[in-house]
Design a protein around this ligand. Structure first.
Ligand code: IVH
Length: 670
């Protein structure tokens, strides 16, 4: 029988060993014991803590996952705001930045010392330690207020639950990036495919999705990692006088320091260092999307200060869009809902710009001609940020099969044609082309249109070929007994579908218009139509001139609207859908007016956002977008090189946010 005293002694010993081994494994990548020894000790500690619950401490390795899932996230106010970084998009931008720093400091640039680290593409995370124990983990949120994700950060093995080293601070906030290593990302997605659950588009989304789990067991399985890049609010510890010294202090406390951190002086080594990390980018086990260069000395950082939401002493040199070679296996032709026959390149899967790419749309035959590609070539695939991947060039293959535009529609066999001034090939099949009908049906039920859950393209294609759904109104006349008897379906899934269809009947005017598949009328233009015309009847009766008077409605788009509602067949279908139960509350009520009464000012350059689209987006939410800053301005979105408007906003104490903040605030919408 183990006495309480013996148990306490043994538990301490086990905890110390486990902490040391975990550090060797997850931080140093250099384990000194085999996994089996770690596992045995872990099990022994678990059983000791079960027998003597008093021995369980919050920093015990057994506590990385514990407790019940949370109900929701609590907000955390950051004592020191979490800032973003300004971007440099070219070598020149970067050199200018460094020279500007030196000039502001009044010293020659060759005397200024920098530290540079890879910019990890993950989730900015704040960790708070009190008396050496991790007490809180939080997301960045909008920089001022984040979410408490302590339960999830505890599961990250490279986050120390207890600081190590000789001097344990009374208080310390450590900031860094939590991310999903690429091999883990691939494993998580493989599993997701097997289990038919959500597949993540890139490691950053996977990391964010894991951190937003209420149940820490899920995050624990996702194998996230953490690398520290800064420390704040030190009490009882000396962080040194420079950023590079702080990184070493953090390393001695048990954090992983980025092995690709470099320190240099002046501009001489700059290009070489940048080229080196860019070259290494593809062989790193994690996604990086840039290089962060920081003035090393804190005294100089302080002197340089901040502008808007970013420090003047640091910059993110964004990497150019990533490009990778792969083989062009085939070119297939897909028929869209408007009859456009689009060539799609089928590729040997390649991981580029953070996602796996196996097919790339080529838009039209001109594109194939321009690229001069043939099946069997090695093609270069480029993908930047969240942009659709594209083919940028090729090396001729040994055996090349040229691509020929199909004379007939690959789906229905009707002739294809090309309008004289159009690059697009079209199927003449119209309402008799199965592919066009299925695509129209699929568009109608899509997430941003009528949003019918569980009615994917595959099921729609089956319903269509089985003769159960031939037109949009047929969706509301479905015989669910027949659905239940289809292969792969059952009573339960049929009932679920019935419910989803019922629920989807309540919609908004904008969504309904978008769902009808009028050419060029997507989500944004439908919102404009709904917002300005307010009712279906007004839209139906509007003249071409009235439609053209709407914001962003040109003659072609307007003509498509006019023609659609001028067609008897189209109007009959619309009436039928309404008669079958599709409805929406009055437009005034259904609009998202969340920014009503606010005045926004957009200034500077936005490298990753389309300015006029952003303006329309904000206006659709009821905001006024003004060209000048006054005391009535609610918020200023300051982009790169923002000038006098930004200065004025700062003088007037008006809230200033950056491009990244806008994207964070309207995540999923913008
Ligand atoms: S320093 C005040 N260093 O980039 C400076 N940020 O827009 C604070 N990031 O979301 C940031 N790697 O999470 C810094 N080595 C690094 C970084 C890094 C990634 C992220 C950070 C933030 C964004 C800045």
């Amino acid at each position: 029988m183990t006495t309480a005293m013996e148990a306490a002694k043994r538990a301490l010993e086990l905890r110390t060993n486990l902490q040391k081994w975990a550090h060797e494994y997850y931080v140093d990548d250099d384990p000194s014991v085999p996994d089996s020894i770690y596992d045995e000790s872990f099990q022994e500690l678990l059983s000791l803590e079960r027998d003597f619950p008093d021995l369980q401490t919050p920093d015990s390795p057994t506590q990385r996952v514990g407790g019940a899932p949370l109900e929701g996230f609590t907000q955390v106010t950051h004592e020191v705001p979490m800032l973003s970084l300004d971007n440099a998009f070219s070598d020149e931008d970067l050199r200018d930045f460094l020279t500007r720093c030196a000039t502001s400091l009044g010293i020659p640039v060759k005397k200024l010392k920098w530290t540079a680290e890879p910019k990890l593409d993950g989730i900015a995370t704040s960790l708070l330690y009190e008396d050496g124990i991790l007490v809180r983990g939080a997301t960045r949120g909008d920089g001022a207020v984040g979410e408490d994700i302590t339960h999830n950060v505890r599961t990250i093995k490279s986050v120390p639950l207890r600081l190590s080293g000789e001097k344990i601070p009374k208080r310390l906030e450590v900031r860094g990036e939590a991310f999903m290593p690429i091999p883990m990302f691939e494993r998580v997605n493989e599993l997701a495919k097997e289990n038919s659950t959500k597949v993540f588009v890139n490691p950053r989304n996977a990391a964010a999705g894991s951190m937003r789990q209420l149940d820490p067991m899920i995050c624990a399985e996702r194998g996230l990692a953490f690398i520290a890049y800064g420390a704040y609010q030190p009490e009882g510890i000396d962080l040194g006088d420079t950023h590079s010294e702080t990184l070493d202090v953090l390393e001695s406390l048990g954090f992983k320091k980025n092995p690709d951190t470099v320190t240099f002086v002046g501009l001489d080594d700059l290009q070489e260092q940048y080229d080196a990390i860019l070259e290494k980018r593809n062989s790193l086990p994690m996604e990086i999307d840039g290089w962060v260069v920081k003035v090393d000395a804190y005294a100089q950082q302080e002197e340089l200060g901040f502008i808007a939401r970013a420090p003047r002493w640091a910059v993110a040199r964004k990497f150019p869009a990533q490009e990778k070679p792969t083989t062009l296996l085939d070119i297939v032709f897909q028929v869209g809902r408007t009859g456009a026959v689009t060539p799609v390149a089928k590729l040997e899967t390649v991981f580029v710009g953070g996602v796996n790419v196996s097919s790339v749309t080529l838009h039209n035959m001109d594109e194939i001609e321009r690229l001069d590609i043939a099946i069997g070539d090695t093609v270069f695939v480029q993908r930047a940020g969240d942009v659709i991947p594209k083919i940028t060039g090729r090396i001729k293959g040994e055996k090349r099969t040229p691509v020929v535009a199909p004379e007939t529609c690959p789906a229905c066999g009707s002739h294809t044609y090309r309008e004289p001034d159009e690059a697009v090939l079209r199927c003449t099949g119209g309402a008799s082309c199965d592919a066009q009908i299925i695509e129209s049906l699929s568009h109608y039920v899509g997430r941003k249109q009528m949003n019918i859950d569980g009615l994917g393209e595959k099921l729609l294609a089956t319903l269509y070929t089985e003769g159960l759904v031939k037109t949009l109104p047929d969706i509301y006349r479905l015989d669910f007994d027949k659905v239940a008897s289809l292969e792969g379906q059952g009573q339960r899934s049929a009932e679920k579908l019935q419910k989803a269809i019922e629920v989807s009947k309540e919609t908004t005017l904008a969504r309904f218009i978008a769902s009808l598949g009028i050419r060029t009328i997507g989500e944004q233009s439908s919102k404009v139509l709904a917002k300005h015309m307010k009712s279906l009847e007004v839209i139906r009766g509007a003249s071409l001139t009235e439609i053209m008077a709407l914001p962003d409605f040109g003659p072609i788009t307007s003509a498509y609207v006019k023609n659609a509602f001028g067609s008897e067949h189209f109007n009959e279908m619309v009436d039928e859908l309404i008669a079958l139960g599709v409805y929406w509350p009055d437009e005034e009520e259904s609009l998202d007016n969340s920014l009503e009464g606010q005045t926004w000012v957009l200034t500077g350059k936005y490298p990753t956002l389309n300015r006029s689209a952003l303006k329309a987006f904000l206006e659709n939410k009821g905001a006024k977008v003004s060209g000048s800053v006054s005391k009535n301005t609610t918020v200023v979105v300051a982009g790169k090189d923002a000038g006098s408007k930004l200065t004025k906003a700062q003088e007037l104490g008006i809230k200033v946010i950056g491009e990244d903040d806008v994207k964070a605030q309207f995540e999923g919408e913008i």
